[in-house]
Design a protein around this ligand. Structure first.
Ligand SMILES: [Mn+2]
Length: 271
């Protein structure tokens, strides 16, 4: 069985199908592991969800910030915004309940122990070892899957940065933010959630999470998306697979048995 990891889809169904064709994907024998943000911004978010839901037996998606935002719109009274337009067809779909239930039962972090690999949407806080990361992920997954999910989702919108002394909603949000929104940490170890550019060689004030001195997980490969300006990128044991397909870049897939041979599909969307 091939284990194939794919970066951010963001509603780009045609590119996803083109990529799957390019890798000769077979749903009866391959497994697809998505790095989150299946939806939003791109033209076919509803169709992407319906397509993957129909192949549930061979699909896993590590939840991203846009996936969580969609679940929040569906399960709380948070008002729809103009910029969420690409999500409206899902929220108005007759399949809404089934699609949202499927999505909220996806993991925050996925592991492939035999291939010494971990998948998350944005990152793993550098101060967490694998045991902590695992327990944080399981904690958030059980909250999202619980009857209390709507209150967690309605309180989710804050810029809390992980710190071991946080409690309550701030603590929960800081964990969600680490897994789904983190890019840079400042010199005090506080996450900066506004800077989205690629790291600059001459700027020490903001460091990517994976270059932090404290970084604990060194003996497993970590695959993540979320950072389209980083693109197809590797630093030691850490791999970014988001090359901004929705912005006119590429969608990237790798076969976990051959992680250095990436397969790329150029977006149809013009830059
Ligand atoms: Mn994201």
């Amino acid at each position: 069985m091939r284990k194939i990891v794919i970066g951010d889809v963001q509603g780009c169904l045609d590119e996803l199908k083109g990529l799957l064709e390019k890798i000769d994907f077979v749903s009866s024998s391959d497994q697809l592991i998505f790095l989150g943000d299946l939806v939003n911004r791109g033209p076919k978010s509803l169709e992407v969800l319906e397509y993957l839901y129909s192949m549930d037996h061979c699909v896993v998606n590590t939840l991203g910030n846009h996936d969580l935002h969609l679940i929040a719109l569906a399960m709380t009274d948070r008002p729809y915004r103009e910029k969420d337009q690409s999500l409206w067809p899902i929220l108005n779909s007759k399949n809404k309940t089934g699609l949202i239930e499927w999505l909220r039962h996806q993991p925050i972090m996925h592991e492939e122990p035999a291939l010494e690999s971990i998948m998350v949407h944005a990152g793993i806080h550098p101060s967490w070892d694998i045991l902590q990361a695992r327990s944080m992920a399981r904690e958030i997954e059980s909250l999202l899957q619980s009857n209390n999910a709507s209150s967690v989702l309605s309180e989710m919108y804050s810029d809390d940065s992980w710190s071991s002394d946080l409690e309550g909603a701030s603590r929960v949000n800081s964990i969600i933010n680490s897994f789904t929104r983190m890019r840079f940490l400042d010199q005090y170890g506080v996450c900066n959630f506004t800077e989205k550019n690629a790291p600059k060689d001459n700027d020490d004030s903001l460091m990517p999470w994976f270059m932090n001195q404290e970084m604990k997980i060194k003996d497993m490969n970590i695959f993540f998306g979320h950072w389209s300006t980083l693109g197809d990128f590797r630093f030691e044991n850490v791999f970014c697979l988001d090359a901004g397909c929705v912005w006119g870049g590429e969608m990237i897939a790798i076969d976990l048995n051959q992680p250095l041979e990436k397969i790329k599909f150029q977006s149809f969307i013009s830059k």
